[in-house]
Design a protein around this ligand. Structure first.
Ligand code: SAH
Length: 347
């Protein structure tokens, strides 16, 4: 079958045999890409119109107990600058964000055990109390089911936890021995069962990733049925074991975004900061390839340059208000509209 026929089949059926996915992931020509993105936009607009949802990202701690080989804030990076916002500072970020029109706050950090379950619950419930019309999303890593339940009961409704790769050997290659794909998946299923809107995802072009790995990821996602899928290119960090590895590409990331939109028509797909880092118009192109979420940084300016997962991260010198305006301009420049809304999943 030709690539254009495969795109039409994927558009119609939201699924393809592995051989078809493999072909699409490895051989799209420029005019075929355009066809994929046109279909992806059509599907996205059928479910969400031309609305793009904002998530205010608060990176509240750069301490991490883990040692993921790709990540700049891994515990053995002695050059990483560590910081930890106070509860009050985190809550203040939500006040600033609310005034700027954010109706979702994403609290993300390394796995920092200085924050107890009670601390996280207090932060979540206080933000919900102050801003009842907002959603709180957590992205704080692997926890026990009881902890996930406690956050949920405190008012967190969404959780982002990328599987990173669904293949056990590839997972073991990217991570230290104490982490396992079994536990990562256990976390995702627990979150789903508790009732969270769940986001999974992968880095595109991580070291030793094969197209077959990506197909395994797509199969896992079909099983999990996540509401959100976060993907961005892998970008090396100079103080990690992957310092000499090559970065994921704009093209591969956009192809996968288009494919994800056709496979998961009503999903929430962010055009990520990593995509904006490898190309100055990466996020705009992501929107044009099927993404419908952007996550401007809401962290206080003083700490931004310390939350460096990869080299060259953009927007580390700006204030939240600047990022908000800049994002609006970017989205409008490609014919879409940033809206003041929680931007919930539409079943
Ligand atoms: N500690 C939390 C948050 C991790 S940071 C957790 O474990 O879920 C969020 C995401 O950034 C990670 O899931 C990973 O996919 C991505 N990331 C980390 N290092 C990266 C790198 N070098 N290049 C691109 N993305 C990276």
């Amino acid at each position: 079958m030709t690539n254009n026929e495969l795109i039409e089949q994927l558009y119609r059926d939201t699924t393809l045999p592995a051989a078809g996915l493999l072909q699409l992931l490895t051989s799209l020509a420029p005019e075929e890409e355009e066809h994929l993105y046109r279909r992806a936009r059509e599907v996205r607009e059928a479910h969400y119109g031309r609305e793009v949802y904002l998530r205010g990202l608060v990176e509240f701690s750069s301490y991490c107990r883990n040692d993921c080989k790709y990540c700049g804030i891994r515990r053995s990076n002695g050059n990483a600058q560590r910081y930890r916002l106070t509860k009050d500072q985190i809550i203040e970020c939500s006040d600033v964000g609310y005034r700027l029109g954010f109706r979702t706050f994403v609290l993300q950090s390394g796995e920092d055990l200085a924050f107890t379950t009670d601390d996280i619950c207090e932060i979540v419930s206080e933000i919900r109390r102050r801003h009842p019309d907002c959603a709180v999303t957590l992205s704080i890593g692997e926890k026990t089911r009881a902890e996930y339940q406690a956050y949920y009961d405190a008012g967190a409704e969404r959780y982002l936890l990328r599987q990173e790769t669904s293949n056990p050997d590839h997972y073991a290659f990217l991570h230290p021995a104490e982490l396992s794909i079994e536990n990562r998946k256990r976390c995702l299923w627990d979150l789903k069962e508790i009732g969270y809107q769940v986001g999974c995802g992968i880095m595109v072009g991580s070291p030793r990733q094969t197209p077959e790995n990506v197909i395994e990821d797509l199969n896992f996602m079909k099983e999990l049925e996540p509401q959100m899928i976060g993907i961005g290119p892998f970008i090396h960090h100079k103080d990690t074991p992957f310092r000499d590895e090559s970065d994921g590409t704009l093209e591969d990331t956009l192809h996968l975004l288009g494919i994800l939109r056709l496979m998961f028509p009503n999903s929430l797909l962010p055009a990520t900061t990593a995509l904006g880092t490898i190309n100055p118009r990466g996020r705009e192109l992501g929107i044009l390839a099927g993404a419908n979420v952007v996550m401007p940084n809401l962290s206080p300016r003083g700490v931004r340059a310390k939350y460096l997962l990869y080299d060259g991260k953009i927007c580390t010198g700006n204030e939240a208000a600047e990022c908000r305006r800049c994002m609006e301009r970017r989205i409008e420049s490609v014919g879409y509209e940033v809206v003041v809304s929680r931007g919930d999943y539409r079943a």
